[in-house]
Design a protein around this ligand. Sequence first.
Ligand code: ADP
Ligand code: MG
Length: 332
Amino acid sequence: PRLANQIAAGEVVERPSSVIKELLENSLDAGATRVDIDVEQGGVKLLRVRDDGCGIDESDLPLALSRHATSKIMDLDDLERVATLGFRGEALASVASVSRLMLTSCAEAADQAWQVETEGRDMNPRVQPAAHPRGTTVEVRDLFFNTPARRKFLRTEKTEFGHLEEVVKRLALSRFDVAFNLRHNGRSVLSLRPAHTEQEAQRRVASICGPAFVEQSLTIDHERSGLRLWGWVGLPTFSRSQADLQYFCVNGRLIRDKLVAHAVRQAYRDVLFNGRHPTFVLFLEVDPAVVDVNVHPTKHEVRFRDGRMVHDFLFSTLYRALADQRPDSQGP
Ligand code: ADP
Ligand code: MG
């Protein structure tokens, strides 16, 4: 099973950012309202995620580190629904097989916290009492210490942290209700309080995408027959030199999708931003009764049953909003 874990680790654990993604998804699955992330040396030396979620029972602690132990699928119905972000039950086992991992947790109903510790392939998790408030802390040290070939593929500390920060930002954009704190080498990088009002949401987007984006963007909020699109679309005055600023969320889940990208690009191009790369943070909420959405559990792909309808809705909503904004427009 250890070898199997390491093989699986190759698929799930590519670099520190992939570890953070799995840990954060677990925290969100556990109903956390706050996650604190501590990173040292780009995540290679230390990755620590602490949450205030439901926690793990003492008897389930060693199980959480064993492969295919997921508490998230009870029957086939669940498999089809895939309500939670994780479901394969192999992320923690994979991470544990290539690092020094410590899992500490205090379950909702427990009066005491417990801890297990593993070191690479030598998995011999003994459960010990510990001090921890309700919730879970996963500490991953010395990633790939026992797999030098994989360690060789890691880039500079700055690059690795950049990937990791992007993962945190993406999740923070999909969950406005959760507080996120990210520290690198003891320095606070992101400090996001829960955003419940429109103003707080705007502040979070400014923290993540930069204040210039929010200032030079158009706010969208439009609803029609079971579909709602809201968020921010960058105006032509906003130019972005670095990576793309394109975030699209469907029913609380960040996705990359050709159909969506096409609709946005076309609206942009048809109005006036000729040749410009669109920038946006958009949220699409669809009534499952109207449009069937199938999100692939691990890839960030989505399949709309009525793709044409979604495309038309996105295009026409953005087209109208952008056209109204055009300097030569006569107004609505
Ligand atoms: P999966 O998320 O696919 O179930 P993981 O390997 O990521 O598999 O996690 C294994 C199990 O450990 C989860 O099913 C869950 O029961 C438990 N677990 C992991 N992280 C947390 C957490 N932060 N809070 C509560 N339970 C957790
Ligand atoms: Mg998981």
